[in-house]
Design a protein around this ligand. Structure first.
Ligand code: UD1
Length: 420
């Protein structure tokens, strides 16, 4: 049954929000457990539909999975029965592609469904495939599946990515840790989740250097071993709740954040008039003045993350001027804009750029979520809109925001989930 969220706008958010573990690290970390036959224990794993989808895939492959409180998962893969990731798993979540590198490097074969398109753009995996081919894999595309083999194992080599790809870097990293010799990734992603994945792999016995820079060097190891590892906080969740505090003129203490992972976002939001007080691992967020319009461009890390663009658009929709928002990562990531305009926003799209002129008020409406971050932006808009907003197709939101209803309600929002 489809779920929707009814929001009565106008309540300031005050209180504390416990930030969950990062989805975009937990997913590759779960895939990394395929690299060893020993037990990998992950802590601070967020309770999300995407995590459940990845666990279902690992279960299908034959992993032994044990979930225990609070938010810990142990996985061991000493009895794997399959190296195939069928369409039904991959279609639910693109990040399932992350099992390709680990399966291929440890078991010398993998068959993974091609993810296909998604709401925010074409999002190919050609760069993942080309890199693995350079490492000696024989790869063919048959009936919508990537069939990969490396009968004599993968070999290290230099791989220069023409554009920065986050999961591409992660997939190839996980292939390289068990390859013969040295792999050098040039123009590698430097996202905090990539850096943390490298730390996890090194804890498992991999030899990775240079993570956090655009050149990562991986000296292949014979085998990896088990470990225990804590997932870092979700910086996109931090940014979303920070924007929520500012939008609703509330005051939120965001608990368990890594301030340095969001420097560009905090700088931008400070320029908009939002105050951040760093208190050890927590951040207090509020605003004292009207929201100022500030232009942004989404870029790979450390630039402004595309995963916060939709939420930032809502902030600009009630600023005291006009801001230009340019989306450089995905070609179709403005799907929230027609819905925001239906709520009274004044936004026009010109190619890659949205021109957002602030209005005094948004008004409640029935709106449709099209992807994960677009859904979050519609919830934010609902929190400040006059009257009642209903956000339909809520399943997108549950893919990436752990216990969002509970977190919002505890801070004073009036939200209610219902099935349709
Ligand atoms: C990851 C994140 C996602 C975030 C995105 C950009 C995860 C699970 N997801 O997605 O939340 O929005 O990074 O920060 O970590 N591309 C190709 N060919 C490829 C690979 C990518 O053309 O083989 C293109 C994509 O279409 C896109 C750009 O490269 O235009 C960047 O995409 P990428 O960094 O790969 O995004 P994801 O890893 O899928």
């Amino acid at each position: 049954m489809l779920q929707s969220m009814r929001i009565r706008g106008g309540q300031p958010l005050n209180g504390e929000v416990a930030i969950s573990g990062a989805k975009n690290l937990a997913l590759p970390a779960l895939a990394a457990s395929l690299l060893t036959e020993s037990k990998v224990i992950l802590k601070n794993v967020p309770k999300l539909v995407d995590i459940r989808s990845m666990l279902e895939l690992l279960d299908h492959l034959g992993c032994n999975i044990d979930c225990f409180e609070p938010n810990s998962i142990s996985i061991s893969t000493n009895n794997l029965k399959s190296t195939d990731a069928p369409y039904d798993f991959v279609r639910k979540m693109r990040a399932s592609i992350l099992v390709l590198g680990p399966l291929l490097s440890r078991f010398k074969q993998a068959t993974v469904s091609l993810p296909g398109g998604c709401a925010i753009g074409t999002r190919g995996v050609d760069l993942h495939i080309k890199a693995l081919q350079l490492m000696g894999a024989q790869i063919s595309i048959e009936n919508g599946y990537i069939k990969a083999q490396a009968n004599h194992g993968l070999c290290g080599c230099d791989i220069a990515f023409p554009i920065v790809t986050v999961t591409g870097t992660e997939n190839v990293l996980m292939a390289a840790v068990l390859a013969k010799g040295m792999t050098r990734l040039i123009n590698a992603a430097v996202e905090p989740e990539v850096v943390a994945l490298c730390r996890l792999l090194n804890n498992m016995g991999a030899n990775i250097k240079g993570h956090g820079t655009s050149i990562i060097e991986i000296e292949g190891a014979q085998s990896l071993h088990g470990t225990e590892f804590e997932i870092i906080p979700d910086r996109i969740e931090v940014g979303t709740y920070a924007i929520a505090a500012a939008l609703t003129s509330g005051k939120l203490l965001l608990k368990n954040c890594i301030y340095d992972d969001l420097t560009t976002v905090f700088e931008t939001l400070q320029n908009c008039g939002i105050v951040f007080e760093k208190q050890d691992k927590n951040i207090l967020v509020y605003r004292k003045e009207d929201i100022k319009p500030i232009d942004i461009q989404t870029m790979p890390h450390p630039g402004f993350p595309t995963d916060l663009q939709a939420q930032y658009t809502v902030l600009m929709s009630v600023s005291c001027g006009t801001a230009a928002i340019t989306e450089n990562i995905f070609e179709n990531r403005f799907m929230h804009i027609p819905e925001l305009n239906r709520m009274g926003a004044n936004i026009s799209v010109h190619g890659k750029t949205a021109i957002v002129t602030g209005v005094k008020k948004l008004f409640g409406a029935q709106v449709m979520a099209t992807d994960l971050r677009a859904s979050a932006s519609l919830v934010l808009a609902g929190l400040i809109a006059n009257g009642k907003t209903v956000v339909n197709r809520l399943y997108h939101l549950d893919r990436g925001y752990a216990e969002i209803d509970k977190k919002l309600t505890e801070c004073g929002a009036v939200v209610e989930r219902f099935s349709v």
